[in-house]
Design a protein around this ligand. Structure first.
Ligand SMILES: Cc1cc2nc3c(=O)[nH]c(=O)nc-3n(C[C@H](O)[C@H](O)[C@H](O)COP(=O)(O)OP(=O)(O)OC[C@H]3O[C@@H](n4cnc5c(N)ncnc54)[C@H](O)[C@@H]3O)c2cc1C
Ligand code: SF4
Length: 487
């Protein structure tokens, strides 16, 4: 513990944002990381409280009190070593993780939590600026080959860990670039995609091979789910050519809203808007959806909806509304009741601060159009009675909308892909595999493993990294009989 009285002396200092009018002019990141001196002072706020709930609250179990102390003392390189020992992609989590660690921080009981995420970012950004992040090349090759299907955080974490254990790993990705939803879902203003290229270069130096535009399955017709593949490889061939296969294909089936008028021009799934925008920013084709001067309605209140709000405002929408069927959460959590768990409370993102009208307890009745083009949405206020949602009589109203983005989550992975491998599904349609025990992360199909959103359902990047790391250990044990990879 760096400074026993630090938590009493120093207030929490949050990262600053570039002002709204300036950041809306572009798609660049706008969060300014802490200076070294500020990060060191924030590290001093950690109480090293004996039972580090933060370490348990963090899905990759980052050893937070240790790096807080090292940063406080200015031992940045050692702090990086500790951070890298548990987290493959801290440059990502320190930007877009919701930070359940901070909810679990002991200081959060009656004060502001330690700014863990901002210290994590200060460490990894400093490491990047100083070229401290170097490839960790395996000294001995095992001669075993592993195919990873999907290049999101789960697939990449699996691949990196297995390459470091000496296996020859190939990552197959149906889209043109590596990164999964980190590349194509999360907008550039939240996560600079140069960071993904930086990490890929490290992984390539460690021996990972990336094969993009390649769909693994028997039927590449995925309807509205993005697929930029120019070639298809059958699961049979993959299973024949590799000693183990890890399915990390995410949970890509979007939840639909099959109200009358759903077919109107202007009603889209969120990713039909966000993926082309990410591609446009990367210099690929222009986004065919442009909401400049238009009324936008985002249906769904989570991260995806918030990203649609931020992107619409950057395109110059005239008016952005976001509605949610669930009631408005309380502004503040009841800490004695919720700590150290993730509390239910109203979340206002940086995209919300940039301009949006938000409303809750609203259900969509109908999409209304003229000549096949969306003009408005008929909505109604709802309440929950005995756990059931009921409409409030006489509360119907119209919302003007030229575009609707459906951001109500994702129901399950692509069933076609799991079926092509013969992988059994759980009740929610995810790949069925345990996370502990001897056969952890293994599906019912011999030598086929599953991790990330494809196994656990729609979740977070940090959970995908955890699963990727744990699945890598399971594969290593399967191939070699034992493993020294961390659990
Ligand atoms: C818009 C949006 C914003 C989000 N924002 C956040 C956030 O701020 N913070 C956060 O923590 N989480 C966020 N999430 C959730 C997070 O991105 C996911 O939980 C995480 O990326 C899941 O990782 P994954 O590796 O399991 O799958 P994914 O990232 O979905 O990657 C799966 C990859 O597999 C590929 N693939 C699938 N099937 C095949 C196949 N048969 N052959 C070849 N390739 C295949 C897909 O093309 C995809 O690239 C967001 C999600 C969305 C949609
Ligand atoms: S990965 Fe997320 S939960 Fe873990 S320390 Fe970083 S911000 Fe906290």
């Amino acid at each position: 513990m760096g400074k026993p009285t630090g938590f009493m002396e120093f207030q929490r200092l949050s990262e600053q944002y570039v002002p709204v009018p300036e950041r809306l002019n572009n798609y660049r990141e706008f969060v300014v990381h802490l200076s070294d001196a500020d990060a060191q002072q924030q590290g001093a706020r950690c109480m090293d409280c004996g039972i580090p709930f933060c370490n348990n609250g963090c899905p990759v179990n980052n050893i937070i009190p240790d790096w807080n102390d090292l940063v406080y003392r200015g031992n940045w390189q050692q702090a990086l070593d500790v951070l890298q020992s548990t987290n493959n992609f801290p440059e990502v989590t320190s930007r877009i993780c919701p930070a359940p660690c901070e909810a679990a921080c002991t200081l959060n009981i009656n004060n502001d939590a330690v700014g863990i995420k901002s210290i994590e970012r200060a460490i990894i950004d400093k490491a990047g600026e100083n070229n401290w992040v170097v490839p960790q090349i395996a000294t001995k090759k095992t001669g075993k080959t592993v195919a990873v299907v999907g290049s999101g955080p789960a697939g990449l974490a699996t691949a990196q860990q297995l390459a470091r254990a000496g296996h020859s790993v190939t990552v197959f990705e149906k889209n043109t670039r590596i990164g999964g939803l980190m590349r194509y879902g999360i907008p550039d203003f939240k996560l600079d995609k140069g960071l993904l290229d930086w990490r890929m270069a490290q992984m390539q130096a460690e021996g990972v091979t990336f094969q993009t535009s390649t769909f693994i399955g028997d039927d590449a017709n995925l309807g509205k789910v993005a697929n930029h593949a120019t070639q298809t490889i059958s699961p049979k061939k993959l299973q024949k050519d590799f000693d183990a296969v890890v399915l990390a294909g995410g949970s890509e089936t979007p939840r639909d809203l099959p109200a009358p008028g759903r077919e109107l021009k202007g009603v889209h799934y969120a990713l039909e808007f966000l993926i082309p925008q990410n591609r446009e920013v990367a210099g690929d084709n222009k986004n065919p959806i442009n909401v400049k001067g238009k009324h936008v309605l985002v249906i769904g209140g989570g991260d995806t909806g918030s990203d649609c709000v931020g992107t619409s405002n950057r395109q110059g929408a005239a008016f952005v509304t976001q509605i949610e069927v669930m009631p408005r959460a309380p502004d503040q959590e009841n800490k004695p009741l919720t700590w150290p768990y993730w509390p239910m409370k109203l979340r206002t993102s940086s995209s919300h601060e940039e301009g949006v009208t938000r409303d809750w307890s609203i259900a969509t009745k109908e999409f209304v159009g003229e000549n096949g083009v969306l003009k408005a949405v008929k909505a109604v206020r709802v309440e929950f009675k005995d756990g059931k949602m009921v409409e409030i009589a006489g509360s119907e109203f119209d919302i003007k909308a030229d575009f609707v983005f459906l951001a109500m989550g994702f129901t399950n992975p692509l069933a076609k892909v799991l079926d092509a491998f013969g992988v059994e599904k759980d009740a929610r349609g995810n790949a069925k595999a345990n996370t502990d025990g001897e056969d952890c992360y293994q599906t019912n199909v011999k030598k086929v493993f599953a991790a990330g959103d494809m196994r656990r359902g729609q979740s977070l990047v940090v959970w995908a990294i955890r699963e990727g790391r744990q699945a890598a250990r399971a594969v290593d044990e399967f191939l070699m009989g034992s493993s020294v990879l961390p659990r």
